[in-house]
Structures are given as C-alpha cells and as structure tokens.
Design a protein around this ligand. Sequence first.
Ligand code: LLP
Length: 420
Amino acid sequence: MHRFALKRGRLWCEGVPVEEVARRVGTPAYLYSHGTILDHYRKLQTAFRPVKALICFAVKANGNLAVLRLLARAGAGFDIVSQGELERALRAGADPKKIVYASVGKTEEEIRKAVQAGILFFNVESAQELRQIQEVCRKLKKRQRVSLRLNPEVDPHTHSFIATGQAASKFGMDFSTVSTLLRRRGEFPNLLFAGLHIHIGSQILEAAPFEAAVRKALRMISLARKEGAPIDTLNIGGGLGIVYHQEAPQTAAEFARRILPLLKGRSLQIILEPGRFIVGNSGILLTRVLVLKESGRKKFAIVDAGMNDLIRPSLYGAYHEIVPASQNGMLRKKARYDVVGPVCESGDFFAKGRLLPSLAAGDLLAILGAGAYGFTMSSNYNARPRAAEVLVRGNRWHLIRRRETFADLVRGERIPSFLK
Ligand code: LLP
C-alpha cells in the first residue's frame, strides 16, 4: 500500500496536495512519501522477524540522503556498489557494521575506504577481487568479513536487463569456483569467509526462483561448513517485485512464508537487500504538460520531464501509471496519448497510446512508481538540470534536493588556455 490518493480530482501524498508542491518547487520534481517508505521497510522487517533479518536497503534504488537517513533511523543497513554510495550511506548516518558492498568491479581505493570504514561484508564476485581485498587488508593490518557471491543459475522470469542469476550473467561465481575458493581460504589470512551471497535479479514477482536459489545456496553452505568454513550469514539479495500496472507480486509475508522454512535450524544470520520493494511505490515524478499536438492520427502530450529524469520506460519498456494530479478527470472525455518528453530522442517517452482524461497545456501529471531507479538513474542529457526532490511527512513537505542550476551543469568544466 502506498499513501498517494486521488480525492476530488486532486492527488494527495499523505496530507499534502501534490499540486501545492509543484507550484512551489516547479516541475519536474520527485516526491516521496515518508510514511510509505517506512511502511514497506517495516513489512519486510516484520515478515522476517523470526530470523531477525538485517535489511540492507539497496542505495542504488534511491540514494537521497534524507531517504537513507530515515531508513538508517528505522534500523536499516545498506547495500552499496561504489565508494560514492559508501559516502552517501555514511553521511546519512549509517552504521558501517550494517553495510554490505557488492559490484563486479571494485577499485583498490574503493576497497581501502570500505575496509577503513569497517563495513560488515564485501560481497565478492571473483577470485581476483578476493586477492585484491586480501592485499589491501594485509597492508592495513585489518581482518575483513567477506561473503562469496554465488551465481545460483536460476531464471527469475524478469526483464533480461535486470536478471542477474543465470549462467550467462556477469554477476557472481559458479558453484565450482565458490567451492574452490572456500576450500583455499587459507591463502587469504586476513579474510574471514563468513558469508554466502546471492542476488538473482530485480522485479521478481514469484517466490519460486528465490526458493530455488536459496536451496542451492544452502547446499553450498552445508558443504563449506563440512570443510570447516566459518559461514554464519546468508545474504538473499534483493529483487522483490512491486505493482507498476497489473502485476500480482508476492507480499513480504508470502515471501517469508516460503523462505523461512528453508532456513530453520541453520543458525544463519539472514540479510536482505531490497531496493524497489521499499521505495518504488513510495515516489512519484511530477511533470507538467507543455504542449499538445496531433500528428497523423496520434495525439502527443509533451511534458517537461524527459528520459533524462526517468529512463525506465525508454530503457526497459517499463510501464508507469500516469494520473492527472490536478483536474477532475472523471468529468473530462478520455483520449489516447503518447506522453513524451522534450529530449531529442525518439526513445524519450513515458507512455504510448495511454488512455487519459483529455489534457490541456499546464496540466500537472504524476508518473507513479518512480521512487526506485528514478532520480538515481537520471542524467543531464540535453543539458537538462536534474529535478528537485521532495519528502512528504504527514501534512508537511520538505525540499530534500534543490533543482540543479545551470551553474551546476558546467561546474568543473574548463576552457584550456589555447582556446582563450
Ligand atoms: N542487491 C544487488 C546485488 C543488486 O544488484 C540489486 C539491484 C539489489 C540488491 C536491489 O534490487 P531490487 O530489490 O531493487 O530489485 N535499474 C533497474 C533495476 C536494476 C537493479 C540492479 N540491482 C530498474 O529500473 O528496474
């Protein structure tokens, strides 16, 4: 459940009419619901309470400091993939002992910074990375917990761009590589082989692929423990799907009901790394209609947000619900629109042939389900400043990132002297 609702033709987020925010901060703007983020976090936490799972929010889904701070305060840890995300998490007040660090390529500096920060786990994706981490730890005279990322080779039935646990994927290591490394753990005296990590993909609607992957991971853990590896943690990754359109994803409780029985009696600390599940439906993108035009038999609604603000429809053909935020849609006739941005690319669209109440220039639209992989994947393409971000809590709203300025866009650029 999310806390966005249409009441008498106006869209509200918690106790705030979103039109008011759009008037004050302009558009395009991302708007997040504090209550929804917490609800979603708590749903998962409650479902996995029997094993006291540590929930490490995937920062890549939404890295705004205020969003991270509110989750850190609620007790969340963080799943990071870069030094930048480490900095964000620490600045937001994260407990380093609740940070896990994945990514198939980590630089020496990134590894050093994370070791020095005292993170809980590196989720290691190759033998070479293991050697790198060992070397950094040797120099720093530190001991570090690592968990090997197993590619469990299951099909998560999701978009190929966001499936990560199949044999042909670049992520993780196959069964034999993981077991060889666990056997040779003596070669890495500064590393404690305490965990196993899996993450099979994103926007996964059913429990079966998770179950299959967890079973494989547990088999690996049993083998490793028999050989004396001190594995005390299983990280199940993220990937829980949400409703964008007509999906019927498993709930957190259903997911837990399928996974928890597998973990009984294993004495494992469980980690989850959800991103989308927590923030996806906690955020919307507000945009205004700039121009309406007809071409052939098509109607275009050209809005002031573009693919640079929200790339999911262009990149994955993703469906995002669009609702008029400031009109009584019931009273207007409906028409089909291509809702497109002003960016110079044919791929710059939010919806095609979408049935909407007749639109007029100046109408405010809300693109729903934009809280995950929205702002974090945005860019400055076409020299477009990135959008403002707003957090709503109850009947108050707070600007949590000001809209970028043109000065922001050229900061750091220099004209060399030979061109002056
Ligand atoms: N853990 C790892 C190791 C991951 O790679 C990811 C996401 C997550 C956790 C969080 O997954 P989630 O719970 O949010 O599904 N940009 C794409 C999604 C890419 C996901 C990348 N990895 C999209 O907009 O759909």
